[in-house]
Write a protein that binds this ligand. Structure first.
Ligand code: MG
Length: 213
C-alpha cells in the first residue's frame, strides 16, 4: 500500500528532532514570557493560556491572533525566533544518512514560522535534503489541524493524496491528513489510538516503508 509513496511530509518539532533536545520547552518558555508581558498577566496564567490556545487552535499563534488580535508575525518575532536553536540542536549524521537513503521527495509541514524552521533544519544538518517547507506563514496563518492548510499543501504538491505520507508526533494533526487519503505515521511514543501507522524511532522509517511497499 505504501509502495507508491512519492512525497514525505515531516512535521518539524519533536518529529525531526527528539523531544529530549529541549528545544520545544525553550520555545514554550519564550511564548509564555511573550504572553505574560504582552497581556500583562502573571506567568502561571500566561502558561495556561499558551497550552489552552495550542490545544484549541492547533497553534498558540493562531489562538492569540483570533482571541487577542496579535499579529502572528509580531508573536513569532517576540517569542520563538528569540531562541538560540543551535544551543539545543546539533547536526545528526544518522538522520541525514537515513533521509538521504529515501527515494521520495522530502518536505517539512510545520506550525512553526519560516525562519525558525530554516534555522532548525540547518542546525540538524539536513536543510539541503528538504525540497521545501510549508510553514504556518506560507499557509496564510492556518495551522494544522485546520483542514484548509492540508488542502493548500495538497494543491501545491499536485500529487494524489494517497502518494503522500505525513509523519507527526501530534496525533491530532494526522487525522485531517488521513481523511484526505494520505498515509499517516505517528512518530514517537505513545502509539496512536487511531488507525495510523506507528514509528517509535524516526530512524526506522526506511524499514517501515519497505515493510509496507
Ligand atoms: Mg510536532
Amino acid at each position: 500500500m505504501m509502495g507508491g509513496i512519492d512525497v514525505i511530509l515531516f512535521d518539524l518539532d519533536n518529529t525531526l528532532y527528539h523531544p529530549a533536545s529541549g528545544l520545544l520547552e525553550a520555545g514554550d518558555e519564550t511564548i509564555t514570557r511573550f504572553i505574560s508581558e504582552r497581556l500583562n498577566i502573571p506567568w502561571e496564567r500566561a502558561n495556561e493560556m499558551r497550552v489552552r490556545t495550542w490545544r484549541e487552535y492547533g497553534a498558540t499563534a493562531r489562538g492569540l491572533e483570533i482571541e487577542c488580535g496579535i499579529p502572528q508575525r509580531q508573536f513569532f518575532a517576540g517569542s520563538i525566533e528569540q531562541v538560540c536553536v543551535e544551543e539545543y540542536i546539533r547536526p545528526h549524521p544518522e538522520l541525514r544518512a537515513m533521509l538521504q537513503s529515501l527515494p521520495q521527495r522530502l518536505y517539512v509541514f510545520t506550525n512553526a514560522p519560516c525562519v525558525y524552521a530554516a534555522r532548525t533544519l540547518q542546525a540538524l544538518g539536513i536543510a539541503d535534503l528538504i525540497s521545501g517547507v510549508f510553514d504556518i506563514e506560507t499557509t496564510g496563518g492556518l495551522p494544522k489541524p485546520e483542514c484548509g492548510c492540508y488542502d493548500q499543501v495538497l494543491e501545491a504538491m499536485g500529487v494524489p493524496a494517497g502518494r503522500i505520507a505525513l509523519l507527526e508526533d501530534t496525533e491530532a494533526n494526522l487525522t485531517p491528513a488521513a481523511a484526505r487519503g494520505m498515509v499517516t505515521i505517528k512518530v514517537g511514543p505513545p502509539p496512536p489510538t487511531d488507525h495510523h501507522l506507528y514509528l517509535e524511532d524516526l530512524l526506522d522509517l526506511p524499514k517501515l516503508l519497505s515493510a509496507h511497499a
